[in-house]
Design a protein around this ligand. Structure first.
Ligand code: CP
Length: 313
């Protein structure tokens, strides 16, 4: 039995550094066709928010493993008619082998985890997006051949993606910088958690990796190897999008800001992108962009996750 079998993934911090490395190695082996595990299991997708990449990549990954998927749109279940989550969780636990949930509240994920024995996977909450960051780390490892010692800068809203990047980068020994306007900073608890992880990895020979939150976009990107951004208004914040544009404009990834990064820097975006807002069309379509590899890697990383949580071989 592997160490992840039967576990939940609610936060990236549920994984150790070694477990992340093992998942990335398995994802790379799956992508290269070096291993072909089979998995005759059923995955439920309970998505309260829209999704293209997460929904399709989980579905295709499970099909390719030989498993099946049930799309549990809340509008066709009893959830939106008031059935308590704890009751829904206990029933789904009797039918499914694994359940991926996309929702607003992290607490909803915890409720499912409390009432289910099957693995519960965070497919995005307002607090974290751990599956996205596994694919991001796989992409970075493919580009640079390593993770430790690299510096990633996330520019924009201190949102769920920023939170999981903080934890993921700290866990794998990467430096992480967040450049965002005051008032849109990442959650202080998560920044402190990332700093504690970085400190715990330090040795007498090796100081802690950097965990920096700054309002200065040039300070954030100076010399870094990876630039990353996300939309300035997340799902559920659409009414705020226009008012945020002038606030976030200095954090747009464009050719000028990119010129302050390392000359071999790559650009990532979890998608969907709003061109000419958080990233220019020239940059996302340019030679530094790795966003399509990053999107493809959602499938490989999540296939590795399914194999590990389900104990397939
Ligand atoms: N990046 C991401 O989670 O994409 P979707 O919202 O399309 O799933």
């Amino acid at each position: 039995m592997n160490a992840l079998q039967g576990r939940d993934l609610l936060s990236l911090a549920d994984l150790s550094a070694q477990e992340i490395q093992d998942l990335l190695q398995l994802a790379a082996d799956l992508k290269a066709g070096k291993v072909k595990p089979r998995c005759d299991k059923v995955l439920g997708l309970l998505f309260n928010k829209a999704s293209t990449r997460t929904r399709v990549s989980f579905t295709v990954a499970m099909y390719q493993l030989g498993g099946q998927v049930i799309d549990l749109n809340p509008n066709v279940t009893q959830i939106n008619r008031g059935e308590p989550l704890a009751d829904t969780a206990r029933v789904l636990n009797r039918y499914l082998d694994i359940l991926a949930i996309r929702t607003f509240e992290q607490q909803e994920l915890q409720t499912f985890a409390d009432y289910c024995d099957i693995p519960i996977v965070n497919a995005l909450s307002d607090r974290e997006h751990p599956c996205q960051i596994l694919a991001d780390l796989l992409t970075i490892q493919e580009c640079f051949g390593t993770l430790a010692g690299l510096t990633l800068t996330y520019l924009g809203d201190g949102n769920n993606v920023a939170h999981s990047l903080l934890l993921g980068c700290a866990l794998v020994g990467m430096n992480i910088r967040i450049g965002c306007p005051g008032g849109y900073l990442p959650d202080g608890e998560i920044v402190a958690q990332a700093q504690a992880i970085a400190n715990s990895r330090a040795t007498t020979q090796q100081p802690p990796t950097e965990v920096l939150v700054t309002e200065d976009p040039k300070e954030a990107v100076a010399g870094v190897q990876i630039l990353y951004t996300d939309v300035w208004a997340s799902m559920g914040q659409e009414s705020l999008a226009d008012s945020r544009i002038p606030i976030f404009q200095p954090y747009q990834i464009n050719d000028q800001l990119l010129s302050f990064a390392d000359s071999h820097a790559i650009v990532l975006h979890c998608l969907p992108a709003h061109r000419e807002e958080e990233i220019t069309d020239a940059v996302i379509e340019g030679v530094r962009s790795r966003v399509w590899d990053q999107a493809e890697n959602r499938m490989h990383a999540q296939k590795a996750l399914l194999v590990s949580l389900l104990g397939a071989d």
